[in-house]
Design a protein around this ligand. Sequence first.
Ligand SMILES: CC(C)(COP(=O)(O)OP(=O)(O)OC[C@H]1O[C@@H](n2cnc3c(N)ncnc32)[C@H](O)[C@@H]1OP(=O)(O)O)[C@@H](O)C(=O)NCCC(=O)NCCS
Ligand SMILES: CC(C)[C@@](O)(CC(=O)O)C(=O)O
Ligand SMILES: [Mg+2]
Length: 524
Amino acid sequence: MSISTQQDRVIIFDTTLRDGEQSPGATLNVEEKLRIAHQLAVLGVDVIEAGFAAASPGDFEAIRTIAQQVGGSDGPIICSLARAVRADIQAAAEALQPAAHKRIHTMISTSDIHLKYQLKKSREEVLAIAQEMVAYAKTLVEDVEFSPMDASRTAREFLYQVIEVAIANGATTINIPDTVGYFTPKDMGALIQGIRENVPNIDQVILSVHTQNDLGLATANALAAIEQGVRQVECTINGIGERAGNAALEEIVMALQVRKPYFNPYFCHPVDADVSLVKIKTQEIYKTSCLVSQLTGMLVQPNKAIVGANAFAHESGIHQDGILKHRQTYEIMDAATIGLPENRIVLGKHSGRHAFRTKLQELGFELNETDFNKAFTRFKEVADKKKEMSDWDIEAIIRDETQIQIEKGFQLEHVQVTCGDCTIPSATVTIVTPYGEILTDAAVGTGPVDAVYKVINRVVQIPNQLIEFSVQSVTAGIDALGKVTIRLRHQESIFSGQASDTDIVVAAAYAYMNALNRLYRYIN
Ligand SMILES: CC(C)(COP(=O)(O)OP(=O)(O)OC[C@H]1O[C@@H](n2cnc3c(N)ncnc32)[C@H](O)[C@@H]1OP(=O)(O)O)[C@@H](O)C(=O)NCCC(=O)NCCS
Ligand SMILES: CC(C)[C@@](O)(CC(=O)O)C(=O)O
Ligand SMILES: [Mg+2]
């Protein structure tokens, strides 16, 4: 794939594997980087900055492997960062060699503060280095990106001069980094406008921005740059990156999609044209976010835009009522567009009758008005004391407050597990079936939880697929309660189960039984 300067859409340059990996504690190994790169290609990013070849043998290897396995002729451009140093550029070219489309991204600081204290070089020297190193990179690859680092704090005239020289020496993309995340959207707009008006050869290249999130303005700054004609943005999945992170890919992409009529006038399309301003398959966003979070260990905050656990969840009664009547009352985008299977209605003390009734229906309860009112009153009392009401809390309320008999289903009487580094993990359970039979069985597994699930499945015999398993600690300390949440799928339906115990394997067993019982009641 090649990118023409005439192409009127935004090029998504993903730097999750380079700047994202610069998040403290987020180091990835070669195999993990490769998995993320494959998923980024499925997501449809235009450029993958796979790493910094000169940084370490591991990063070199990762870039080379990604170039080989993800950088096919119809795949994305694979890129490596390099200082404006011959050896760095050479290492980048070598690592990228197997890719069909390769880019060297070279950078050097241009702000006076960086020149004086970090590089200890004059402006003249930096200009000469930029010129020489861009020209050198150009002898190795066709596609050269140049970044004047700390551009946002660089003296304007000098910045224009460096950019002009980089273009004259073969740069095909000029990237403007707000390295320290100091800019506001207005500053960014003005700088881009200044560059376009004062750098005579600027139209020969793609103009790009790289925004850091130190003031929480990274996405806003990138969007302001797009309004001024920037056609590449550098971003990361979940906004991970150095310090407070980078602009989040999912935020930029969804802003361009949801507000297409707003952005269209900045492109050469008719205002109401239904053209995509990016080449991203948005349905892959959620999956990519989960993969990156899982492999980097950088958890996504629940209220994170687009991909946070609460981004499509509605807690308060008035909102829940609106959503149930017509989704768009409180949603500007459909969860399905980012690949989320369903929206979540979370019951809590702010919930009203509509949401409560819907939840009861989901759980399979049909209550008469008297029972419903009693249950709702009790629900409000309990919700006042708890952060979030689980399905089990609600079942307990129904059991206490109404005449409805809740089918017991299967009952886990006893679970025993053997595990350790010198034994084959095995589990024994005793389960009472809905017909009163008492069954005991045992199984081995890859780990204790796997063994427990295998033996429970053997006894219960309801086909299902485990799609989610997570453990959280609910209290602090060594004797903490662990809460296990699981979700399983049976045909088109999903059933969840949750349980807490100081032993997480026991919690896992009870959580699984809970979900299975819900499934059992559904099919019977
Ligand atoms: C790149 C790396 C291998 C260099 O290691 P190093 O040679 O031991 O040097 P240090 O990191 O200690 O110091 C950086 C040196 O590069 C110079 N430098 C920094 N940016 C530069 C640039 N863009 N172009 C040229 N030289 C640069 C510094 O002035 C300093 O030089 P000095 O030793 O003459 O003072 C190492 O820093 C690394 O592995 N970095 C990981 C990637 C990274 O830093 N990413 C951030 C991207 S900005
Ligand atoms: C290479 C550049 C775009 C950089 O990511 C470099 C860095 O500081 O890591 C930046 O934010 O300026
Ligand atoms: Mg950066």
